[in-house]
Design a protein around this ligand. Sequence first.
Ligand SMILES: Cc1cc2nc3c(=O)[nH]c(=O)nc-3n(C[C@H](O)[C@H](O)[C@H](O)COP(=O)(O)OP(=O)(O)OC[C@H]3O[C@@H](n4cnc5c(N)ncnc54)[C@H](O)[C@@H]3O)c2cc1C
Length: 393
Amino acid sequence: MNFELAGEQQEIRERAAEFADREVAPHAADLDREDRVPVETLRKMADAGFMGLCVPEEYGGAGADFLSYCLLIEEISRADAGVGVTLAVHTSAGTLPIIMFGEEEQKSRWVPPLARGERIGCFALTEPETGSDAAAIQTQAEKVEGGYRISGHKQWVTNGRVAGTMILFARAPEGITAIVVPMDAEGISFGEHARKMGVISATTDDVLFDNVFVPEEDRLGEEGKGLRVALGTLDAGRIGIAAQAVGIAEAAFRYAAQYAATRTTFGKPIAEHQAIAFKLAEMQTKIRAARLLVHEAAWMKDRGERHTESGARAKLYASQVANEIAYEAVQILGGRGYMKDHPAERHFRDARVTEIYEGTSEIQRLVISRAILREQKESLETPGVEESRPVVG
Ligand SMILES: Cc1cc2nc3c(=O)[nH]c(=O)nc-3n(C[C@H](O)[C@H](O)[C@H](O)COP(=O)(O)OP(=O)(O)OC[C@H]3O[C@@H](n4cnc5c(N)ncnc54)[C@H](O)[C@@H]3O)c2cc1C
C-alpha cells in the first residue's frame, strides 16, 4: 500500500496547480459574469501540454497516466470549474473514445489535432427527449451510399460551439452507432445559447443535424455497438467529473478556512467557535475521502482493471461532497457567502451540476447497486457458499 504519488504525477500536480493559480483563477469571476469561454486560456493549456495529457505520445499527447489527468482536472477545476469541465469533456469524452474504440487509421487522423489542442472535442449523447435513458435516442443515421445522413437534435453538448470534432451517437439500421463528426460538416447548426446556473465559462449548446453526410470510415466501432462506446467512455469520464467535484470542494474549503481564521465575532476568530471549527474538520475529512475514491478509480483504470463501479462510487461521493462543502462554505461566510463579491456563491452554483452530468447520482446508485446484487447472486450460485447464507424468516 502506498499513498504517495509517483514523481511524475507529483510534478504534473505542481505544474497544474501553478498554471491554475496563475492563468485560470484570476479570470474565473469575470468569465462567470460575462458568460464567456476563455479561448485564450485553452490555447495556453494546449501549449502546456494539458489538452492531451493522458493521450499516448504516438498520437500527439503527453503520455501521462489517467491519475495524472485527474490531478490536472482537480487543480484546474479548483480555479474555475467551467474550464475544468471544458478540459474534461475535451479529453475523456471527446478524445479518449477514439483511442479506445477507433481503428489505427482513425486514431492517427483524428487524435493528434485534439491532443495538441488545435481542435476541441465534444460528445453528444443527450437529446431533448432522453438523457439517462441513452438507449432511447432518436437522432437518425440513415445509411446512404458511402456513409450516413444524420438528422436530429443533440442537447446540452459541452464545448459544442467551440469544438472541432464531435463523438456523436445516432440510430443507424443496426442500432445505436458512434460516429466521429467534424463540426464544420454541412448541415450542422446550433440552438440558442444555454443559460446555466453554474460552470458558466464552459459552453453548453444544442447541436442540430439536418441531413449531415458522414463517410462510413468515420464510424467508431461497429454499427449498432454505439452504446458500448458511450458507456465505456462514461466509465472513464465519470472519474474526471469526480475529480472536478473534488476541485470545487477544495476551492470552497480553502476560501472558507481562510475566512474563518480572520473573521472575528464575539472577540475571537469564528474558526475558534467550535461550531465553525468542527464544520472545517468535517469538510476537510470528506474532501480527503472523496479524493481517495477518485485516485482509487483512476488507479484501477490505469491498471486496466474494470472501473465502472469504482468510477461510479467516486462520482457519487465526490459530487455529494462538493455540494455539502460548497453549502457549508457559504454558511461560514455568513451574508458574504451569498454575495457575488466572494467566490463561495460561484462554488455553490458550480457544484450542483456534478450530481447531474455524465450520469446523475441516481444512475450512479443504480450502477453500484446492480453490481452489489450481481455479486450476491454469483456468490449464491457458487457451491459451498449456501451454508453461510443469512437465514431469513
Ligand atoms: C451543464 C450540462 C452539460 C452537459 N453536457 C453534456 C454533453 O456534453 N454531452 C451529453 O451528451 N450530455 C450532456 N449533458 C446532459 C446530461 O448528461 C444529462 O442531463 C443527464 O444525463 C441527465 O439526463 P436528463 O437531464 O435527461 O434527466 P432524466 O434522464 O430525464 O432524469 C430526470 C431525473 O430522473 C432520474 N432518473 C432517470 N432515470 C432513472 C432511473 N432509472 N432510476 C432512478 N432515477 C432516474 C434522474 O436521476 C433525474 O433525477 C449536460 C447537462 C448539463 C446540465
